[in-house]
Every structure is written in C-alpha cells, then in structure tokens.
Design a protein around this ligand. Structure first.
Ligand code: BGC
Ligand code: CA
Length: 325
C-alpha cells in the first residue's frame, strides 16, 4: 500500500533539491528563495537549518551537494555562483553561514539569473543549470540560462546552452544516458552520456507533456529507480509520475496533498522511500496559511520501487581547500 506522510511539521516556500546522505542517514533539502538548507534525520526527527548569507551574485540557494570525504562541506548554488559552505554535523540547530569560497560565477550576461537544480553525475561531477528570474512559476524570459558542469578539478564547462528553466537530472545505472528537463519546454529529454569525458550529445524527447495530456503540469525535479524508470515531480500537478523511458510512456502516477511538487529523491536505509518536496509559490496566502501540505516535504513508502545511493561531489580536496581564503 502506498503511504504518504508529511515529514516535518513545517512547510517551505520553495522546497527543492532533496538529497539523501548515505553516511549520516539524513535528508538534505533547500528552501530556495529563503536561502536556507535543511537537514532532517527521519530516524529521530532531528532537524537542523542553515541560512546562507547573500553571495556576490544573489541570495537564493538552489541545491546543496555534500563533498566526498569531507562531510561538513557542501557545494551550493548561491545566486549565479557555485559556492562552498561548511556545516559541521555538531552545529547548533540553527546557524547562519557565509560561503567559504566562491568557486565560479556564471551568466554574467543576465545578472538576475540564478542557479536552479544541481546533481552529481556517476563520476562525481556537479551538473547544475540556471534560469532567468520568474514573475510566476514557469513565467520567465526564455533561453537565458545554461546547464553547466563543475568538474572534479574545479574547472567548469557548458553542457547545454540556451536553456530556459533548468531542472530534472538523472543518469541510468549503466552511465550511458543522462535525462534532463528544461521545464518550459514541457518535455523530458535524454542525451547520450559519456562518463569518462562528461560530454553529452544526441538530445531526444522521452516524453512530451502536452502530447501526454498532462495539462498545465510543469515537469520539475526527477530521479531514476533501479529498473531504469524515471520519477518526475509535476509542479501544479499534485503528483509524481513514473515514466518508462524506453517506450516513452507514463506507467504510474502518485497523488500528493500538495499542488506544486518540485522534486524527488530516493532515500531511507534501503532507498525504497521516495522523498518529495513542494512549493507554496503561486498558491494564495489563505490557502498556504490553512493548508500545511502546501510546501510540505513528504515521505512516500510502499511503492515497491527502489533507487540507488546518490553520488557526492568527488572534488580534489587539496584543490578545493586552496580556494578557501
Ligand atoms: C524552480 C521554480 C519554478 C519551478 C517550475 C523549480 O525548479 O526552482 O522557480 O517555478 O521549477 O516547475
Ligand atoms: Ca527543480
């Protein structure tokens, strides 16, 4: 039986970027416009939050990815920058931190752009994309962003340019295909992925939302299960959909009590819990006040599906430390 539980008593403005930390068994997620990163231990409900101070290109925090071998270090998308922050495991429950280093800033041509979703590929590089400022969810100037790769030697490369609203990101377990979403294209894409070089090519569409009659649903965050099926968060859709990318068909839908589903990840001791984030943006103040599910984070169990542990950022640690002043 599928069971949906709200994980924390609080809800969040733009909950995003769920990430299961294998070593310490906590869920990381961000509240983008607030500039907060949350750490929640489901085993005992311990909850900690950091607020990241504004950086040189903005104050949004769009993802947080742990550094392999240095669990207190996180790379975050801070405005248009990729920044390093430190969050010790024994920190007080709430803390404000300042970036220890700005690794790169991008999109100088469009100062109000910000980073959005970011994730590590199977080799431990960070892939993170940008977007223009929105006036409402999905309403923004088109083709102003790009998808970037932060390599393990801290060099940066452009993976795809002219992106509108960078989202999604998942790799198959053979590490030959990368799945990606540019939300306002209302499509899920696949690319051939070369793990050794970090290069992608041969973009094709796996699912066209309009052709699949998904109405106004916006495809947002995405993960993959051990059978190679994609699980996609549908903003405005009250649901997560499961797609078999081999045939380009929706094979399951999971309803959620929140309208604006933003992202998903597998977690829990055996990676059979699907953690789901959501957003309050675009929902009336009244509704947000009276319905705590809007902007909630959820744990979905009983799906009969499982994912694999995520990959941390496998950066050269001495190089990373040389960036700290
Ligand atoms: C972005 C939001 C956007 C939403 C649309 C999210 O990834 O952070 O700003 O409104 O995608 O689905
Ligand atoms: Ca997203």
């Amino acid at each position: 039986m599928v069971d949906v539980k709200q994980l924390t008593p609080l809800s969040y403005q733009l909950g995003e970027g769920p990430y299961w930390d294998e070593t310490n068994q906590y869920l990381l997620f961000v509240d983008i416009m607030k500039g907060d990163v949350h750490r929640h231990y489901p085993a005992n409900s311990k909850h900690q939050t950091i607020h990241v101070e504004e950086g040189p290109t903005g104050d949004s925090v769009s993802f947080a990815l742990p550094v392999e071998g240095k669990p207190s270090y996180l790379v975050v998308g801070l405005g248009r920058s990729l920044a390093l922050v430190e969050w010790p495991l024994d920190a007080p429950d709430t803390l404000t931190v300042k970036a220890k280093a700005i690794l790169h800033s991008v999109d100088q041509h469009s100062p109000t752009n910000r980073f959005n979703d970011g994730k590590c590929d199977p080799m431990g590089r960070i892939w993170a994309g940008t977007m223009a400022a929105e006036t409402a969810p999905g309403v923004l100037a088109k083709h102003k962003g790009a998808l970037y790769t932060l390599n393990t030697d801290l060099s940066i490369a452009t993976g795809v340019d002219k992106i509108s609203l960078s989202n999604g990101l998942a790799w198959n377990k053979e590490a030959t295909t990368m799945y990606y979403i540019d939300s306002t294209d209302y499509a899920i894409y696949a690319f051939n992925y070369n793990a050794a070089s970090g290069k992608i090519d041969n973009r094709r569409t796996v699912l066209d939302y309009k052709a699949a009659s998904l109405g106004d649903d916006i495809p947002d965050g995405m993960t993959i299960d051990n059978k190679g099926n994609l699980w996609v968060a549908n903003f405005y859709g009250h649901k997560v959909i499961c797609i078999d990318p081999q045939v380009g068909k929706i094979i399951r839908q999971v309803s959620l009590p929140a309208s604006n589903i933003t992202s998903v990840c597998w977690g829990g001791t055996d990676y059979s819990t699907l953690y789901v984030t959501s957003s309050q943006v675009g929902i009336s103040e009244d509704k947000v006040r009276t319905d705590k599910a809007q902007g909630g984070v959820f744990a979905v169990t009983g799906l009969g599906a499982q994912g694999a542990p995520p990959t941390n950022f496998k950066v050269d640690l001495s190089l990373l430390k040389s960036k700290i002043n």
